[in-house]
Design a binder for this molecule. Structure first.
Ligand code: G3P
Ligand code: CA
Length: 301
């Protein structure tokens, strides 16, 4: 069954995954569908993408703290894994863009990775938002993030590159268990796991069917073809996370018609947020959770 679903999902997602791989990094209702989100029915979720990464260096504790202070419902975390198999928060496979180091995370022992400065690049790139305390910030491990925030926030965690990181899913689930984020907390959606890779989500679904999963899709099938893709996804996931640039109102309505959540990425302008809300999205990823909070308040009136 799992193999059959995987083959079908891989086929329908293949085009989108290839397209995602081409996007530059910087821009870049089966069992699971019974899982509930912590947000009340109908609440639109505000996901702080890489933390409040429009205001602070992405994937640092400072960025997550700011996201929570800006009333995000979830902090979004991309996972990479070190040479000694420790899960860390970073978007790119290489450290070059967001630290003062070079090379791949996979080639760093955690101790070496911890010596890198993950904040000064932000001060240099965005002088108008620079803060002295950002200089010297470390790359956080997922465990440090769980230790810092515990169950006080919700986590939207992305498994990256399963081919490069065999065992990532098991490590993630182990840590979630250690910090009491599975079981009832898992079912209630304290953690949503997202991935562009259906094989990663299917593995998690097999190991822990209660955890809500979201299938990321760079280029979703639109029109009539969307139905087949969404029916496959619905077998293991509660929703989809499409690239906002590649969807339209009809697609959002189709997804909702299948009983799935839809959280497009990455929506950063007020205008785009208003458009997404008018189309009926159930949440979105943004680098500016403060702006989305403001837009949602107006939208409700
Ligand atoms: O996880 C949603 C969005 O973050 C997917 O794109 O490349 O920013 O991880 P990316
Ligand atoms: Ca992500």
């Amino acid at each position: 069954m799992k193999q059959q679903v995987l083959r079908m999902v891989m086929a329908v997602l293949a085009v989108g995954m290839v397209m995602h791989a081409m996007i530059p990094a910087a821009n870049a209702a089966g069992g699971s569908a019974q899982a509930k989100l912590p947000a009340p029915e109908g609440k639109i979720v505000n996901v702080a993408h890489r933390g409040a990464s429009g205001h602070a260096p992405e994937h640092t504790i400072a960025s997550y703290e700011l996201g929570i202070a800006m009333k995000a419902d979830y902090i979004e975390i991309d996972l990479q894994m070190t040479k000694d198999d420790v899960l860390v928060a970073m978007h790119d496979q290489a450290v070059n863009r967001t630290t003062n180091g070079s090379g791949y995370v996979r080639d760093y022992m955690l101790e070496e990775l911890k010596k890198l400065d993950a904040g000064s690049w932000f001060n240099a790139s965005f002088p108008e938002k620079a803060k002295p305390e950002y200089a010297g910030l470390q790359v956080p491990t997922l465990e440090e993030i769980f230790q810092r925030f515990g169950r006080s926030t919700n986590y939207y965690i992305e498994t990256k590159s399963p081919a490069a990181y065999p065992g990532m899913e098991e490590k993630l689930l182990e840590l979630m268990e250690k910090y009491h984020l599975t079981g009832e907390n898992g079912r209630s959606g304290k953690v949503i796991i997202q991935s562009f890779h259906p094989e990663s989500l299917l593995k998690i679904h097999e190991l822990q069917p209660d955890i809500p999963l979201v299938q990321l899709i760079s280029r979703p099938e639109l029109g009539k073809k969307a139905n087949e893709q969404l029916e496959q996804i619905k077998q293991y996931a509660i929703g989809v996370g499409p690239n906002f640039s590649n969807i339209n109102k009809e697609y959002v309505q189709t997804v909702r018609g299948h009983g799935l959540l839809i959280h497009p990425y990455t929506v950063n302008t007020e205008e785009a947020m208003k458009t997404a809300l008018s189309w009926g999205v159930t949440g979105l990823f943004t680098d500016y959770p403060d702006v989305f909070h403001k837009v949602m308040k107006k939208h409700k009136r």
